[in-house]
Design a protein around this ligand. Sequence first.
Ligand SMILES: NC(=O)c1ccc[n+]([C@@H]2O[C@H](COP(=O)([O-])OP(=O)(O)OC[C@H]3O[C@@H](n4cnc5c(N)ncnc54)[C@H](O)[C@@H]3O)[C@@H](O)[C@H]2O)c1
Length: 311
Amino acid sequence: MSAEDLIKMDKNMKHSKIAVIGAGTVGSTTAYALLLKNIVAEIILVDIDEARCHGEILDLSDALAFDGASKIRSGSSKDASEADIIVIAAGRAQKPGETRAELLTTNKTIITDIFTAIKPINPQAIVIMVTNPLDALTALAQSLSGLPRNQVFGTGTFLDTLRLRGIIAEKTNVAKSSVHAYVIGEHGDSQCVAWSSAEIAGISIAQFAGIEKKDFESIAQQAKNTAYEIIACKGSTHFGIAACVAAICEAIVFDQKLVMPLSTYIQEYDTVFSMPAILGENGIERILPIPLDDLEQKKLTDSAEQLRQLI
Ligand SMILES: NC(=O)c1ccc[n+]([C@@H]2O[C@H](COP(=O)([O-])OP(=O)(O)OC[C@H]3O[C@@H](n4cnc5c(N)ncnc54)[C@H](O)[C@@H]3O)[C@@H](O)[C@H]2O)c1
């Protein structure tokens, strides 16, 4: 946290209340990541499984024993509707062999129930969607919430992007934070990497020792398949996405204007998917039209078409 953030902290802590709806693996780990960041006054967990939610609260409260000003408690849908930030991580993950359309049928009902329960929502609230299939459910949330679109968005390809940067960093022997590269499009199989604008200090990634153009496809596949690899080994992913959600919340609480690839409605493609966006206290402030070559443009257009069909 920067010195500037520390100065803003006292002011912002008084107002920051984050509700996490869905206290399963992802929701509870997100609450834990938020507690460790120590950036919000209150974290409220909401789940239809009250026993699970109670257990997570007790366990998370133990983590507060050493440090932290945040309070954590379970709450109702009404409590969630009054929060400054509402994270939605309720619903189940894709089962092996299940299509995204099948998962969408189940989770669409859950997300619809949640919005019915939390409306009317605090008009200033920012809603962060995490539940998969992410882009289709973000589109649903944007239409159900009644809030301006810039206040309702999904984690999108933020985690995919961090995985990509991690692989590039290892190959080039440069710190991840100095790698500028984005995964855009669907948070899913049709995502694409904007290689033509990927750079380190203004130098194209392909000109760095350790990476050649012919490696691009395998690196993109490796980044995309990391989630499948984790799920094959341990059943679900939660630490990475929780860290991403906590970073998104921090950017909102401290009005950081960070650029992150987030899922939102993109007029040019008439669908909801990820493009780099500037994130501040009011949500998405601007979507940045990242430069693409013809092949990337085609991949993104195909990704948009697939998503329009799913949605
Ligand atoms: N966006 C990403 O990058 C990303 C990464 C990992 C997981 N996910 C997604 O996050 C979602 C949650 O995953 P998980 O592993 O935590 O699942 P989980 O099964 O552990 O938890 C889901 C929770 O949702 C709760 N729930 C169901 N209906 C509800 C309702 N109407 N109101 C409140 N709570 C309700 C359940 O009781 C359960 O506790 C999945 O869709 C998964 O695919 C997204």
